[in-house]
Write a protein that binds this ligand. Structure first.
Ligand code: DGY
Length: 439
């Protein structure tokens, strides 16, 4: 397993950064780079810093870290840099092309996790922590200043691609509210559904909506305030805000360790406290015992059970009763029997559950990694171990696929979906195996 995972990372390495998958995602992706850096820190430590530096080379002057950095041209992906139209945006850094949206801010907690490894005890890493700290603060500040219009401590995403959980059914209603009268048909431009099975990818009508949003952002010059005023899609996402809360905690430790000035430490403390409290105030549904995202435009909670609802465990914001309620869901609605693979991205009892279509049911390794650590923090050690061993078992039997069919009764070697040789699946297999420490 270790050799195979390392081989995947070596294969996808491109002189300074790692492609999530050369055939499906031929550039550098934001949160992928965070998880990949963690895997590299175990087996190719000399590359981990380079991975992180490369993705931050794309950081905009307003602090936003774009979801794709197009370091070098590739023609096997849509939408590429010309479609995003960010070349004219003043905030974009010189010399590198990027998309115009962001992804869950994983970097602060990745830096914390790497700090506990042998690489983390080197002078080079110490210097790198000092180098990256201001960029991390700028990233979080951008989110709080531009994506939290009500000052609640919860930031919104502008696009389902910002959540990372791209075609999760929680975004369906907001996407369906997009007026497609003047939207272009992009079905013939897509490359993804020719590279991997179309049944594993988002539908054409959804891609049309995704691109309608990109075109709107381009028309708004990527100005957040204008997008907030005009876009039908403004969602406060549970995974995104939980990742932000966990990263705030990591950033706070880092600020203290680096003796940052009192004003910055105070600012990060306020971010952490406000977001942690708001996750429980706005996302927690006491009746159902689960966390749900909130549609700011429609003014309502989106009551569909997805694996993102477990991420407040990772953010360490749940009390004992909430932990019990989540554990109950994990072993009932998310696992109709003990033979199901944990954790499906959508609960199998939801009408929108689809066991093979991307984020509408399949199991994802990065979500399982955050879930495992969240369960351990809550003292739910048996469940945490089940998530870890399910993940390693399927990676061992099927290979380092992008996502996995959670249903029982299928030959384990046939459970892999999407693209094979997927970098973060390899990277997190390495952390699962090589670092038993809780996090
Ligand atoms: C894709 O192309 O599917 C990516 O997830 C978008 O970021």
């Amino acid at each position: 397993m270790l050799a195979a995972a390392t081989a995947t990372l070596d294969r996808n390495w491109r002189d300074g950064y790692t492609l999530p998958s050369p055939n499906l995602y031929p550039f550098q992706w934001n949160w992928d780079a965070g998880f990949i850096a963690l895997g590299l820190a175990h087996v190719r430590p000399e590359r981990a810093i380079s991975e992180l530096r490369s993705v931050f080379r794309g950081q905009w002057r307003n602090g936003m870290v774009p979801h794709i950095v197009f370091h070098r041209p590739a023609d096997n992906y849509f939408p590429g840099p010309d479609v995003w139209g960010t070349d004219q945006v003043a905030s974009r850094p010189a010399g590198v092309r990027t998309s115009g949206i962001t992804q869950p801010p994983v970097f602060a907690f990745i830096v914390e996790r790497i700090s506990s490894l042998p690489l983390g005890r080197t002078a080079e890493w110490e210097a790198f922590r000092r180098e990256i700290f201001p960029s991390l603060v700028a990233q979080h500040r951008h989110l709080y200043r531009n994506r939290d219009p009500l000052g609640e401590g919860l930031v919104y995403i502008q696009h389902n691609w910002e959540a990372g959980t791209d075609n999760s059914p929680v975004y369906d209603a907001a996407l369906e509210a997009i007026d497609l009268t003047h939207a272009r048909d992009v079905s013939s431009l897509r490359r993804d559904n020719r590279t991997v099975a179309a049944a594993h990818r988002p539908t054409d009508v959804n891609y049309r909506r995704y691109l309608a949003l990109v075109d709107l952002f381009d028309a708004c010059g990527y100005r957040d305030a204008e997008i907030a005023a005009r876009s039908p899609f403004l969602i406060q996402d549970v995974l995104f805000n939980s990742v932000l809360a966990r990263s705030n905690l990591a950033l706070l430790s880092l600020a203290r360790e680096l003796n940052a000035d009192a004003a910055t430490v105070g600012e990060i403390e306020r971010w952490y406290e406000k977001t942690s409290a708001a996750i429980n105030e706005k996302f927690w549904d006491a009746e159902r015992g689960f966390y749900f995202p909130y549609d700011l435009r429609a003014g309502r909670r989106i009551a569909i059970k997805t694996a993102s609802g477990f991420m407040p465990l990772f953010a360490r914001v749940c009390d004992a009763a909430q932990q019990r309620a989540l554990a109950h869901h994990l072993t009932s609605s998310f696992a109709p029997s003990a033979a199901w693979l944990l954790c499906p991205s959508v609960a199998p009892d939801e009408p929108t559950f689809d066991p093979v279509r991307y984020w509408r049911g399949p199991v994802w390794v990065n979500v399982n990694w955050m879930l495992h650590h969240g369960l351990r923090q809550a003292g739910l050690n048996d469940l945490a171990e089940r998530v870890r061993s399910d993940t390693l078992r399927v990676l061992g039997a099927a290979g380092r696929w992008e996502y996995f069919d959670p249903r029982p009764g299928i030959d384990p070697s046939a459970l892999g979906l999407g693209t094979d040789e997927f970098s973060w699946s390899a990277a997190l297999a390495l952390d699962f195996q090589c670092n038993p420490a809780a996090f």
